[in-house]
Design a protein around this ligand. Structure first.
Ligand code: AMP
Length: 195
């Protein structure tokens, strides 16, 4: 089983849910840059870069790549050093990040341990799902507001995902599962890929 799973998918595609299932089923460590950023809330010791990133996150925009690396690299290094497998949830969201993480894995000599999985969903479905999530109050988050929703889908929708997918396709690392299916079906499809 691969040590590093990179989950791709637009907001609402179910990356978080599926990451949790990989944790429960196979003992992966869940690394989500969104969670790491939300974890900054209320901290009084943040430097300017992290304060700015937190604000950017609240606006539904992508935070600076440097912050993603600052949070992501340490978390990945620590988990791998402890002999754990990692599932990266939303850690790669533009082509520059895809390239930089790839270099990072090359430097660690673990590229052959990487599997990229996209949970595919179209932008309209994403919008409907996130709207429903807001209406239900379930899993509500500081950036789950109707105004921010359009922005998140604009900057993090399928148009933004395409260059990332192309990068991983070129490296023969990408597998795609149909995110319109039930959570259990998506889980089974992912299990099939990873085991
Ligand atoms: P998520 O919980 O994965 O939906 O992420 C919440 C927010 O954190 C996103 O809307 C972005 O503002 C920010 N974020 C998380 N991961 C990244 C990343 N890899 N690159 C840029 N911004 C990110």
């Amino acid at each position: 089983m691969k040590k590093i799973i990179i989950l791709l998918g637009i907001p609402g595609s179910g990356k978080g849910t599926q990451a949790m299932r990989l944790v429960e089923n196979y003992g992966y460590v869940h690394i989500s840059t969104g969670d790491l950023l939300r974890g900054l809330q209320g901290r009084t010791d943040l430097d300017e870069e992290l304060q700015e990133a937190f604000q950017t996150m609240l606006e539904g925009k992508l935070v600076q790549d440097a912050v993603v690396y600052r949070l992501g690299f340490d978390a990945i290094r620590d988990a791998l050093a402890m002999g754990k497998k990692v599932v990266l949830d939303g850690v790669v969201r533009n082509k520059a990040q895809a390239e930089r993480y790839h270099t990072f894995f090359e430097e660690m000599d673990v590229v052959s341990d990487v599997q990229v999985i996209e949970i595919a969903l179209d932008d309209d479905e994403s919008f409907d799902r996130l709207k429903a999530r807001i209406a239900s109050g379930y899993q509500s988050r500081p950036d789950d507001t109707p105004e921010i929703l359009r922005e998140r889908i604009k900057v993090q929708g399928n148009a933004a995902l395409l260059p990332i997918k192309e990068f991983y396709e070129e490296h023969h690392l990408l597998k795609i599962v149909d995110g319109r299916r039930s959570m259990d079906d998506v889980e089974r499809a992912i299990q099939h890929i990873v085991s």
